[in-house]
Design a protein around this ligand. Structure first.
Ligand SMILES: *Cc1c(COP(=O)(O)O)cnc(C)c1O
Length: 474
């Protein structure tokens, strides 16, 4: 270390000195002394590192005054008081966006989860009998009636549902799965790995593109505990392919007295084929095929909160509920409240398509999307300065979230340019807004996809885009 660097490091403000300055300042949001001290250390450590980094570079480094460092500490503490997990506007056109929290909840779900969390609740209390109740009872009847199964429960997410079912039904036993279904869903969910962790042994059969019923049958032996089918949610195979049908697998299971489980992935209660979309498995049909256990996510096509729903035969679900691991994976009351309200909407499927944003975005006619795009354009033209240029153009939205792979849906895009500002700078600025707008960029143009933008979000976009921070000079 050269002498200049050593001198600089000696000149770094001392923590106590900073604390003293901060005490004297009238802070808007004072933090506990230990928190302030840790932040001071962090800020000074960062300074030290930047001095060291610049050590062998030309030129001199200027150390900030203690007052300036204290101000930086104060700013960091102020940031701690800001919400980090926030609402954003999804203008990407990716309908099921896992990084953007998947399904937005419907009003009923939000109201129920607010009401339930405001006070105590009958989460595990039977109001009729005045004694201990079962948390699944709040969703059981709806799920059973909507899907035609004997019993239903829910856990933290679908990964947990698959894991818990495998552990309960096939620990130390073999689970037969087609090689074409050993999928990775993303975010570390891989069927072979979840299987290993569950204590079940994977018995792969068939080939990547073709697995026949006889492949399953040949693999059955006294060690077999379960036949598993996995919906290849996020990829599509075309060409020379073959798979055993659900009905065939169910018949095989019956013949050998083995339970058959189906990980449906993105469960859907309405048939999207009616809306011209390639059909995802409809839960009622899957259940009617006679599958013993089926699992799916609450926040994919269902349009509810993050949850893993398990449906099936009563005797098997009883076992799953009693598994001690279930305690570690169980669904909480807020999720349960939101899930209950979401499910109730499916009592009128037409309304589900209108009121659940995921289903609405998937099925909304392009004419409605275009009308909304024109409305936003008119609203923006009224308030934005002339440095903005705005154009409507048609494009494609994506389903995303491991459902309907490769599928795009026609949409209307609003292209936004600001004179003298690159599209990527603009995109970055929109991410820093009070209500961030997440957009895409193509050909140096920022695009807002109206298919994933709700009617009630138009005003937010107008107000946020008119903020001076958006069009400021660089
Ligand atoms: C999405 C998906 C999962 C994981 O579900 P999460 O709710 O994200 O835990 C598991 N299996 C399949 C087939 C999926 O599509």
């Amino acid at each position: 270390m050269d002498e200049q660097t050593q001198a600089l490091l000696r000149g770094l403000p001392k923590i106590d000195e900073l604390l003293l300055i901060l005490e004297k300042r009238n802070q808007d949001h004072p933090a506990p002394r230990e928190v302030t001290r840790s932040v001071c250390r962090d800020v000074v450590d960062n300074l030290r590192r930047s001095v060291m980094r610049k050590e062998d570079k030309e030129g001199t480094v200027r150390l900030p005054m203690a007052e300036e460092v204290a101000a930086a500490v104060e700013k960091r503490i102020q940031m701690l008081h800001r919400r980090r997990l926030r609402r954003v506007i999804n203008a990407t056109g990716v309908i099921l966006h896992t990084n953007l929290g998947r399904a937005p909840l419907c009003r009923e779900a939000i109201d129920q989860l607010t009401a339930v969390s405001e006070g105590y609740s009958n989460l595990e209390f039977d109001l009729k009998r005045g004694e201990r109740g079962i948390r699944y009872d709040h969703i059981r009847e709806l799920l059973c009636l909507l899907s035609g199964v004997e019993d239903a429960m829910a856990v933290n997410n679908n990964a947990a549902a698959v894991f818990l079912a495998l552990n309960t039904l096939a620990e130390n036993k073999e689970v037969i799965v087609s090689r074409g279904e050993l999928v990775e869903i993303g975010g570390e969910f891989r069927i072979p790995e979840i299987m290993e962790k569950s204590g079940a042994r994977l018995r792969e059969v068939g080939t990547t593109n073709r697995t026949r019923l006889v492949d399953y049958e040949r693999a059955i032996n006294p060690e077999t505990g379960l036949i598993l089918k996995v919906h290849s949610s996020n990829f599509k195979m075309i060409g020379f392919t073959e798979e055993a049908s659900l009905e065939e697998l169910v018949a095989l299971g019956k013949k050998y007295q083995l339970p058959v489980m189906y990980d449906v992935g993105s469960g859907c209660f309405v048939d999207l084929a009616e809306y011209g979309l390639p059909s995802e498995p409809v839960i009622r049909d899957v259940a009617a095929a006679g599958v013993d256990v089926l699992t799916f996510s609450g926040d994919k096509m269902l349009g509810g909160p993050q949850a893993g729903i398990i449906l099936g035969r009563r005797n098997l679900l009883e076992k799953i509920k009693k598994n001690p691991l279930n305690r570690a994976l169980r669904i909480d009351k807020l999720t349960l409240a939101a899930l209950e309200s979401t499910l109730r909407i499916y009592l009128s499927p037409r309304e589900a398509v209108d009121r659940l944003r995921i289903l609405k975005a998937l099925t909304e006619p392009i004419s409605d999307v275009t009308r909304r795009a024109r409305k936003l354009l008119a609203m923006l033209k009224r308030v934005l300065p002339s440095s903005f240029s705005l154009v409507l153009k048609s494009g494609e939205s994506m389903v995303g979230g491991g459902a309907l792979p490769g599928m795009t849906i026609p949409t209307m895009l609003l292209g936004v340019r600001i004179a003298g500002l690159s599209a990527s700078r603009l995109e970055e600025r929109l991410r820093q807004l009070e209500i961030p707008i997440i957009a895409r960029v193509a050909n140096d143009e920022l695009l807002l996809d109206l298919r994933t933008i709700g009617e009630e979000e138009l005003k937010i976009i107008r107000d946020e885009l008119s903020s001076p921070a958006v069009s400021a000079k660089d």
